[in-house]
Design a protein around this ligand. Structure first.
Ligand SMILES: [Zn+2]
Length: 350
């Protein structure tokens, strides 16, 4: 889709690469609205017209992108923001046609019938291109070697401001999707493109010029968009996708609870500071109605033990008192006993 650059490329002064970072979000919203409208028109188009062409029309490409986002809403957010296996991502279909969303061999998905990139991915092990995410939420993504069509399509996604998906590997074969992503910078000299994991970061502009308030806002965005989903994926995986207290296995009902809250200085988003818990046990743990000792034993608040109520209280909480939590099989992923002890002191005060 062609977008006149003057419509959105309004930049603030003082940016290191002026003229490349979009700073006005309403135009992004306008673009999304436009995509939605095109999606409506394509739905009514006879299927025969679409299959006869090698390159899909701009409006159909836009419609597919929107459909991919809706599909990801379902398979990712609809399942509690759980990591997605590559076979699932390769099973996406558009009007009955299989359209894999990943190209694990190349790291970039450029369908033949698309004029620009659809998705890119980070490798699990550090790959030859050394793509990286910085702590400020910006990703640097390297061109592929050579001058092939992959790079042309990548740059076209930047020029057209086509929304893409960034699949971030959390472990071998499993990904977290970030979408819609807009490539904000193209640097042909370095042979890289750069983009923020959240459009809010694009609006803020250059991280080196943040005010104190902007820095707080950016840090909160990075925590929500980058650290939390990765923490969640790692913790749930460590506990085999079940509550450490009651072994409930529905990912939609599971959280990655912090032992030391993430608001405190040493409340790091590391798996050893986490516990996979169902919503009830997470809430009980956060409110100190339930504690876990450094020896991995569940304790229930003494007042709560004496209460008489329905089966949730009896089976879900009171009967857990004195039970051992279920630990990750990998020792390196087990909860830190020092952190458990520190947190248990809080529980013991109540
Ligand atoms: Zn539970």
């Amino acid at each position: 889709m062609f977008v006149p650059t003057g419509l959105w490329r309004i930049t603030s002064s003082g940016l290191p690469s002026s003229g490349t970072r979009p700073t006005v979000i309403f135009n992004v919203v306008a673009l999304r609205v436009r995509h939605e409208r095109e999606f409506d028109s394509i739905r009514t188009m006879p299927a025969r017209l679409r299959h006869d062409q090698i390159m899909r029309s701009a409006s159909e490409q836009a419609a597919i992108r929107q459909d991919v986002f809706h599909w990801l809403d379902d398979v990712f957010i609809g399942h509690g923001g759980y990591e997605i296996h590559h076979t699932v991502l390769k099973s996406y279909t558009w009007r009955g046609e299989r359209l894999p969303l990943l190209d694990t061999g190349r790291g970039i998905r450029n369908p033949e019938e698309f004029s620009s990139t659809l998705t890119i991915m980070s490798g699990w092990k550090k790959n030859q291109y050394e793509d990286y995410e910085s702590d400020n939420g910006w990703v640097t993504y390297h061109y592929r070697a050579g001058e092939g069509g992959d790079n042309i399509k990548l740059i076209r996604a930047y020029e057209n401001r086509d929304p893409i998906v960034y699949f971030r590997a959390v472990r071998e074969g499993y990904y977290l999707p970030y979408y819609p992503i807009y490539i904000a910078e193209n640097d042909p000299a370095e042979r890289v493109v750069r983009f923020p994991l959240d459009e809010g970061l694009a609006v803020l502009g250059d991280p080196t010029t943040y005010s104190a308030a902007q820095k707080r806002y950016a840090d909160a965005l990075v925590r929500t968009r980058l650290h939390q989903p990765i923490f969640r994926a790692r913790v749930l995986h460590a506990y085999s996708g079940s509550c450490t207290v009651c072994e409930l296995k529905h990912s939609e009902l599971l959280d990655a609870a912090h032992i030391i809250p993430d608001a405190s200085e040493h409340g790091v988003a590391h798996v050893t500071n986490g516990l996979a818990m169902c919503k009830i046990h997470h809430a009980a743990y956060d409110r100190n109605l339930m504690g876990i000792t450094a020896d991995f034993e569940v304790r229930i608040n003494s007042d709560l033990l004496l209460e008489v109520d329905g089966p949730m209280l009896r089976h879900g909480l009171q009967e857990m008192h004195g039970q051992q939590i279920h630990l990750p099989t990998r020792r390196t992923e087990r909860p830190s006993q020092d952190r458990l002890a520190e947190r248990f002191e809080e529980f013991a005060k109540h």
